[in-house]
Structures are given as C-alpha cells and as structure tokens.
Design a protein around this ligand. Structure first.
Ligand code: AMP
Length: 327
C-alpha cells in the first residue's frame, strides 16, 4: 500500500473544484465499477465539488449499473483534475477529452506499459482497480463517505476482475476490501443474478463452443469465433468475446484463448487467459498487453493468428517442461 501516494492524490482532489473521471475503451466490470464507485464516493464526500464521469462506451451486461453523465462543454475540462482508473496506457483512455484536463492522475493495477499523468498510483498485485478504490476509501475513511450504491459498483468490479474471487491475484487484502463493501451493504443475490444468468440461446452457443474448441500440441485450447458463427447464433461482439470464460476449466490446459473476428474493422480480437504460466508477453508481441494471466491482443490475419498460437504453444511447452505442480 502506497500511503504517501494516496495522500498526494487526496490532496489533489481537495485542491480542485471540478474532477473528471476516465476509464478504458471496451469497458468492463472493473473500470465501470471503479469509475462509478470513485465518482459516488467523491460526490458524497465533497458535495461542493463537481464530479463528472463522461463516457459513451457501454457494455450490455453492465447496463444495470446505470448511464454516465451527458457530455459537457470542452471548456469545463480545462481547469479540472482528471483521474483515470484501470487504464495501463494513455491511448486506451476512452474519453479523449482527458487530454484537456489541467492535471491527470493514474490509478491502475495493470502491468505498466507506460506511465502518464502527474501522479501515478499503480499496484500490480491488486486483484482489481476497485480494490484500490476501497483501499483509498479505507485509508481516509475519517474524511470520505461511502454508501451502498458506491459499494455495489465497487463490488461489481471486484467480483468480475477476480473471477468471483477465484483468480490467483485474490488474497487477504482482496477479501478484506470486499468485506468492507459488504458491511456497507451490497445485495449480492441480485448482483450475481444480473451478472451471471444467461439467456437460453446463449447456452446453445456455449454448447457449440465446447463442440468446436480446439487444442494445440502442447495444450493451448482455442476457438475462432468467425463471422459465420456470430451470424448463426446472432451474437454481438461482446457476446462472442465472452466465451473465453468457457475454456477456463480444462485439466492440463494452462493457457486458452479465443479469436473474435470483427468484420467491420477487418481485425481479429484475441482474449488470452492462463493459470500458472504468464501470457502477457505473448499479448505484447501482438499489439496488446494486460495482466500476467489475462491479456488482450489484436491480430490482422489468419496467418498472424496461427503465429500467435504457435508462440503460445511453445511458451506453454517450455513452461511445462521446466515447472512442476501445474494442472
Ligand atoms: P480482454 O481479454 O480484452 O478483457 O483483456 C484482458 C486484460 O488485458 C484487461 O485487463 C485489459 O484491460 C487488458 N488489455 C486488453 N487489450 C489490451 C491492449 N491492447 N493493451 C494493453 N492491455 C490490454
């Protein structure tokens, strides 16, 4: 925990009358939860300040968390403090007006590919950026306020980014932060139902995923969700991308990935996942990055997709040959 940095961030928040919160493109539970949670905490704690969260990116499965603020005049950014959550590199910030802010703070838990902003608080070992926001709240709880709305946003990010507290990054700090939120009040029955219930038709697609998944020589499981498959099941890009989670419980498969064809941009999105072995170095080689066990990348042809698969296969082979205890 970086107390000195957190104190500097609180000081900056106090100095500014207007705060703009930003997050990454192609949003997920953690960046939505962290941005909305932080916004709510700041509004409750400093009612005299203007706090904006302006972002037009939406994800259907997170719509239950509610809409963001309407766009405001660009002039309003110029004397504002910008706080960017959960975003490793500047080019992934969703609302490009971040560049207009007088000052920028980065709060993130990704492996830092680059730093930006005048203050940079990065803790890679945190299971989610939401966990960092809870730590920040806990550190200054004599000065900050929280309510069950903020707790629900933050809990959403903690649950989704840790795979329901299952991934390797989950530790005592994670559960203590989650406990803080439950003490404030989160309706977890409703939250889990909103996040994880699936439509009948989507389960049919899941059955297809298990039918069509493939495996490389050394045990990298993968699936190419091409345009035809997306059309057959009437999938959005988001729904097509979600199936990476379906490949996560295969014995001896310590690395798995899905390739999602985007006919509009003529690119193929890659979602890489692993346990035991790290895969961010593979993602970084293919125009991407992310975490040790969860990364994203982009490839531009079937040849490049096969090259990535071959690299991942060799990477896994080497890991399996030099390590014990994986399963
Ligand atoms: P995804 O499979 O797209 O959900 O990505 C998994 C993790 O890697 C997320 O935390 C993303 O923020 C991160 N990530 C995805 N794509 C990139 C990229 N191009 N550069 C850096 N990080 C990425």
């Amino acid at each position: 925990m970086n107390m000195e940095m957190m104190e500097k961030i609180l000081q900056k928040i106090k100095e500014y009358d207007r705060i703009m919160i930003f997050r990454h493109v192609r949003n997920d539970g953690d960046c939505v939860g962290a941005s909305k949670g932080l916004k709510t905490i700041l509004q409750l704690s400093f009612p005299e300040k203007e706090v904006y969260l302006i972002d037009t990116d939406t994800a259907a499965y997170l719509e239950f968390l509610g809409p963001e603020d309407e766009p405001v005049d660009e002039e309003l950014y110029k004397d504002a403090l910008g706080i960017v959550v959960d975003t490793a590199s500047e080019n992934r910030i969703s609302n490009k007006n971040y560049a207009l802010c007088k000052e920028l703070i980065k709060i993130d838990h990704h492996i830092p590919l680059e730093n930006y902003g005048s203050l940079c608080w990065v803790e890679e070992e945190r299971s989610s950026c939401c966990e960092m926001i809870v730590v920040f709240y806990e550190a200054f709880k004599d000065q900050l306020k929280i309510n069950s709305e903020a707790a629900t946003y933050l809990y959403t990010g903690m649950v989704t980014d840790s795979g329901r507290f299952k991934y390797a990054g989950t530790n005592g700090h994670t559960l203590r932060a989650a406990a803080t939120l439950l003490d404030v009040g989160v309706d977890i029955e409703t939250l889990y139902a909103r996040l994880y219930l699936e439509a009948f038709g989507y389960l049919k697609f899941k059955a297809h995923v298990y039918n069509r998944m493939q495996i490389t020589e050394n045990g990298v499981a993968y699936l190419f969700v091409d345009k035809a498959m997306q059309e057959e099941f009437g999938l959005t890009q988001e729904q097509a991308s979600a199936c990476v989670g379906n490949l996560d419980s295969i014995r001896d498969v310590i690395c798995w990935m899905v390739f999602i064809e985007n006919a509009e941009t003529e690119t193929i999105r890659v979602r890489l996942r692993s346990r035991f072995v790290t895969i961010n170095e593979i993602a970084e080689k293919y125009h991407g990055g992310g975490h040790a066990n969860a990364s994203g990348a982009t490839v531009y042809s079937i040849e490049e997709m096969n090259a990535l698969l071959a690299d991942a296969d060799q990477h896994v082979k080497q890991y399996k040959e030099t390590h014990e205890g994986w399963l």
